[in-house]
Design a protein around this ligand. Structure first.
Ligand SMILES: *Cc1c(COP(=O)(O)O)cnc(C)c1O
Length: 397
């Protein structure tokens, strides 16, 4: 073994010892809620395609038309020859949808955060992040070179403590607060009104990641910003296109000036090939669908499914999050045990793999169960039954 290989092997052995080893499971999609895995069909309760739009006929049609007309790839970055009609169309649709003046599309949500945060703050500035914010926000904050401070999860009092500290020397240092509206692993909601009031009181800016809220909350399904009426007060709204919108990519929505600035300063935008036309066309079709009766029905069905599963879990004595979201974590605790429970669920025909450190804190390994509008009542009943059986074989202490 070369020195390189033996170093890798030592690292891998350490990961395995900690019960944190990860590997890729090969699955093939089968319908909106099915997966073919190891030769059989399992029901998927692990995806973020909350509205079943990834396989909606309109979305598929838009994507294949885009491939036919515009090709498989954009062929260049947006600033070179990669800005097509399909990018402009999606950005206009996103701005209309989010109620902002403008929008900018990135090839992923991760890239959106990595482009936006270091463009807005740098050394000498402060970025204040929720303890449970997504890795892309943390990575972007680190990359920016700004001083990174973390506030206790969804705790406005702790946020205020840090804002007071950050604002105290006066001067012109920029302060950026970054958080999620619906937390990806816990399914709880940020206290948005309080956060907005605080960032305004201390002259800070807010970047809000609506990855798991876009398409689901509010009358027009724009997100938690719409549901809480905070629209005009948030400097930087971030969305992902790969979850409820069923496509792929990320977006920043805000003022025309913000978008013009990011075109000039967001390095993950400037130095990266434009998203492929199929992806942008699919996302545009999905956003348009949300404004139709079909869209309304899907959102209504999702919330109905969420309530059904919450009631079933509660009846089984499982803890359900206080807030209503399509993410229903079942905390197991120990990493190895979570993996065992996850494997048993897969064996029983339900794809709900364990989520472990570093995605969630150590000792808080869980099954991250997600609900889709495409799940049937029978799917939900069968999941609850399988969970009951699996957990009674291996009870949560
Ligand atoms: C998925 C996710 C992202 C990243 O989006 P991608 O498009 O998958 O890169 C960002 N933030 C949150 C909260 C997410 O859940």
């Amino acid at each position: 073994m070369t020195r390189f290989d033996s170093w890798l092997e030592t690292q891998l052995a350490r990961i395995r010892e900690q019960g944190l080893h990860r590997f890729l499971r090969h699955v093939e999609p089968e319908g909106s809620t099915g997966l073919r895995f190891a030769g059989r069909r399992v029901r998927n309760f692990a995806g973020n395609d909350y509205l079943g739009l990834a396989r909606h006929p309109e979305v598929l049609r838009a994507a294949s038309e885009a491939v036919t007309c515009r090709g498989g790839g954009a062929g260049a970055s947006r600033l070179l020859s990669g800005t097509f009609g399909s990018h402009r169309e999606l950005e206009q649709e996103l701005a209309r949808f989010k109620g902002t003046a403008a929008a900018l599309v990135f090839s992923s949500g991760y890239a959106a955060a990595l482009g936006a945060i270091p463009a807005l703050v740098g050394p000498g500035d402060v970025v204040i992040v929720d303890k449970k914010a997504h890795a892309c926000i943390v990575d972007a904050a680190r990359l920016s070179g700004a001083t990174l401070r973390v506030f206790r999860h969804n705790d406005p009092a702790d946020l205020e403590r840090l804002l007071r500290w950050a604002a105290s020397p006066g001067g012109d240092r920029r302060i950026l607060v970054a958080t999620e509206s619906v937390f990806s692993m816990d399914g709880d909601l940020a206290p948005l009104e309080e956060i907005v009031a605080l960032k305004e009181r201390y002259g800070a800016w807010l970047l809000l990641d609506e990855a798991h809220a876009t398409g689901l909350y509010g009358e027009c399904h724009r997100g938690l910003v719409e549901a809480t009426g905070q629209g005009g007060r948030i400097e930087v709204q971030m969305a992902t296109l790969g979850k409820a919108l069923g496509s792929a990519g990320g977006a920043i929505c805000g003022s025309a000036r913000l978008i013009e600035f990011l075109v000039n300063r967001a390095r993950s935008f400037i130095f990266s090939t434009a998203p492929p036309p199929a992806m942008t066309a699919a996302a545009t079709a999905a956003i348009r669908l949300l404004a139709t009766p079909d869209g309304d029905e899907r959102v209504a069905r999702l919330w109905q499914n969420v309530d059904t599963l919450r009631a079933r879990f509660a009846a089984m004595g499982l803890q359900v999050p206080a807030d209503r979201s399509p993410i229903l974590p079942v905390t197991v605790g120990d990493e190895a045990r979570a993996v065992t429970v996850g494997n048993r669920m897969i064996a029983a025909g339900f794809f709900v793999p364990a989520v472990r450190f570093p995605t969630v804190p150590r000792g808080q390994a869980r099954l991250r169960i997600t609900v889709s509008a495409a799940h049937t009542d029978a799917d939900l009943a069968a999941l609850a039954q399988a969970l009951r059986t699996t957990l009674s074989d291996d009870p949560i202490s």
